[in-house]
Design a binder for this molecule. Sequence first.
Ligand SMILES: [Zn+2]
Length: 388
Amino acid sequence: MLLLNKKIFIYIFSVLLCSLICSCKTSLELIPISNNVPTLPVSGVVNAENGSFFRKNNTILCLSDDCILELNKDGYKLKQGTLIESTSSLKRKIKKIDYQTLFPSVTGSFSFFRMLIPKKFYVEDMTFSVKYFDGEKLQDSKKGHVYSYYEDSQINFYGVFLPFSPLYEQERYLLSININFRDGEKVVIYSTGLIGKTVYKEQTLKFPAKKSKDLESASRKKYKIQQAARHELWKITNQPLNREILKVVKPLDNMARMTSDFCFTRKWILNNGKLYSRDVHLGVDYGVPTGTPIYSILDGVVVSSGLQELYGNMIIVDHGLGLYTNYCHMNKRLKKADTLIKKGEALGEVGMTGAATGPHLHIEARIYGIPIDYRKLDCLPELFVVEP
Ligand SMILES: [Zn+2]
């Protein structure tokens, strides 16, 4: 939020460092091996048909129907769609796995990759890694576990969030999911997709005299320490509590007055006309009177409740699956850390503690620490819709 220039610098530095260290591969090199391979032009894009097979090192890749390959002088590249990698003996097992990316990528928000695996296959363990690319350059990568988030008598539902940071200038993601079955067999599923580019609107905030004074005496050092602690917290990915948690409720009774949108670029002007900061707004603000109750939008656990530099009185709720929501600038906090929360339960009251020009709720959501637009969480119930 604050010190954006410094943040961007650290970010660019870590991206450079990462690409130096891992020299990550940005493409899959594939050699066709079967007659099912479509005729490929010398260069260009190919829509592969269901059931086409390619060889990668000593394993066989089975292409799903919406897969697009790009052929250039360096070989084949996966442009879009899902690839499944396995040994040929696993082909029958793979056909029983239903997988898809829900919610096409939305700028500054997320998708959800979902798999339905019949219970008889006994999954031992499942891990994922997702890489984000700006062209061919690696921007960021995340690793974690895939969770079984719901099960019925026949099927386990597994899922992983794919958050798209509005701070990246990214174009593409590559997700790989490693499944270890109890009988010792292993399957890797790749999924890739395109991500929209963010366009920021500008907004100017003018702070009154008293707040300007507060801001000038706010400790940037303290802010950075607290920010690092929040990021440590957001790294923890817990199981969701139950299938009902992902149906979102409103954080306020009256949401009519939105005063700042997700991803506005904002200039902070003090009452003496001085520019205090320029930041990207990573939440949504609603102007409401002091004392108005603020509700948790989902079930969860309060993992942090305290007075923070700039954010003021802030509560962080963990909802499982790496998803967190944050409620800021409260006049009063009603819940302590380690409290179980039901959606719709009051967490506190609206106020203007911290960097606020007037009483409002600042609400934000994070997935693995990546800021997303909390309003997009409305589509989560689709996770539980199974096509016949
Ligand atoms: Zn805000």
